[in-house]
Write a protein that binds this ligand. Structure first.
Ligand SMILES: [Ca+2]
Ligand SMILES: [Ca+2]
Length: 318
């Protein structure tokens, strides 16, 4: 039977986001050290159903998603007075095993699949775990549709008070579905990271009845600011805000650490690229994403080319 998550966990997670408690990655450097309990500044919400934190979790090689700090913020004016604030995001797996979902279509013709999580066991096998996750056949870059992880990430714009504390969500971004793939090996020194990608571009085959998504240890799925739906509509807003990215906001994927999935920057609106946060108070956290070519769009072209070549060669995810 498909498990339904309990409300208190969702409420607790939301409360932690609201208080800006996602400070794990702020305490870490940009090296390849795996997050440890001593690096955290708060206790992650405890879910008794999570096999990755259960008493027998030592037998599993669980994933751990982390969100890099929103990067490459830029204003986009598509017309009719609208103002979009774009940002890139990078969903990284810093755990001990791959973050992987196996979706299967249960309703013929549906654009959704129901997903189980494939958790690597210490003995080399795989444990299939029920989750609330879904895959969605969703429009993306290269003007194509892909099988993606629905609710893989969330973009939120929070109002800040005079002390820099988040008060209310004033806007959200349209994009929630992400591929989960091995695009960049961002932590080559992490134990257990494969040298070569294991999970290539997401499948574009509408007819598939099942598909497996994943991001390997030490790899990241990165989305440049220019990709479709990588924005929050900030039309008409003025003042101080937190631009927040959260990985796996609905907790559809079990992780060894559920408390390090949030990253944020502070922005002053109207947005100025030379002084993005102006004089606004408030903390920024999440490890910085450093890659040459963000501002020039060069990484966009590199990722387009990589995905395009994989799909042309028939190497998409199966
Ligand atoms: Ca995590
Ligand atoms: Ca999770």
């Amino acid at each position: 039977m498909r498990r339904v998550r309990t409300l208190p966990i969702v409420v607790l997670a939301a409360a932690l986001v609201a208080t800006g408690a996602g400070t794990v990655s702020a305490a870490l450097g940009d090296g390849d050290a795996r997050p440890s309990a001593t690096a955290t500044t708060r206790q992650a919400p405890v879910d008794p159903a999570n096999p990755c934190t259960a008493p027998d979790a030592a037998g599993l090689r669980c994933p751990d998603l982390m969100m890099r700090r929103p990067f490459g913020l830029e204003t986009d004016r598509p017309g009719r007075g609208r103002v979009l604030l774009r940002a890139g995001n990078s969903i990284e797996n810093v755990g001990a095993g791959p973050a992987s979902l196996r979706g299967r279509r249960v309703v013929r013709g549906s654009k959704f699949m129901e997903a189980d999580q494939l958790v690597r066991r210490a003995d080399g096998g795989t444990r299939r775990v029920d989750t609330a996750g879904r895959l969605e056949y969703k429009y993306g870059h290269l003007d194509r549709r892909y099988w993606k992880f629905h609710d893989a990430a969330r973009f939120e714009l929070w109002a800040l008070d005079a002390t820099g504390t988040k008060t209310t969500v004033v806007r959200t971004g349209p994009k929630v579905a992400y591929c989960l793939r091995d695009l960049e090996r961002t932590r080559p020194g992490l134990r257990g990271t494969p040298r070569r990608e294991v999970y290539p571009a997401c499948s574009t085959n509408r007819e598939r009845r099942a598909v497996t998504l994943g991001t390997s240890v030490g790899w990241s799925d990165t989305y440049p600011p220019a990709y479709p739906e990588q924005y929050i509509d900030v039309t008409g807003l003025r003042g101080c805000f937190a631009y927040v990215h959260t990985a796996d906001p609905g907790n559809a994927l079990w992780e060894s650490d559920e408390g390090n999935n949030v990253a944020q920057v502070v922005v002053s609106l109207p947005f100025r690229e030379g002084a993005p946060r102006g004089r606004c108070p408030g903390r920024e956290f999440g490890q910085r994403y450093r890659k040459a070519g963000v501002a020039t769009g060069a990484i966009d072209e590199a990722w387009y080319a990589k995905a395009s070549a994989e799909l042309a060669a028939g190497r998409g995810q199966k």
